[in-house]
Design a protein around this ligand. Structure first.
Ligand code: FES
Length: 147
């Protein structure tokens, strides 16, 4: 794994801020306060502005993600097929809400609009793998496959 300084080697000023934060998140999975302090020094952008950008865009994470990233689809096709019920089920089963990580660090949960699997609605994605025609039992079986 690279150091933050190495990740930031090609970024120089305020105009590079979003690209620099994206590069850090890609390398480390999230943006910590320490990462942001290095960005402040390297790009010369005040910490308050960096924090503002990092919290404004939902694509940025300020805490580490779980080992496995669940993306439950809440798009129209999945909504019609009951994704709301699955959302409630997942939140109760994992004891987390969107953007949070389970206590054991195993899963993080996110809601997305469409994962391109509408024909298999309701669907979710874990670490890029699609699971469709979900119901509570199937979700339970799928989750068991992830350590
Ligand atoms: S709406 Fe859920 S996969 Fe398209």
């Amino acid at each position: 794994m690279k150091s933050v300084e190495e990740v930031l080697s090609g970024y120089f000023g305020r105009g590079d801020l979003i690209a620099a934060l994206e590069a850090i998140q890609k390398e480390f999975g999230y943006l910590s306060s320490d990462h942001m302090r290095v960005v402040e020094q390297k790009l010369g952008v005040p910490l308050v502005d960096i924090h503002g950008v990092a919290t404004f865009y939902s694509a940025f994470r300020l805490t580490p993600a779980g080992r496995h990233k669940i993306k439950l689809c809440m798009g129209t096709a999945c909504h019609v097929k009951g994704s709301n019920t699955l959302k409630t089920y997942l939140e109760e089963k994992l004891k987390i809400k969107e953007g949070q990580v389970t206590e054991d660090g195993r899963f993080s949960l996110e809601y997305v609009n469409c994962i391109g699997a509408c024909a298999k609605a309701p669907a979710m994605m874990i670490d890029g793998q699609v699971f469709g025609q979900l119901n509570q039992k199937k979700i339970e079986e799928v989750l068991e496959g992830f350590e």
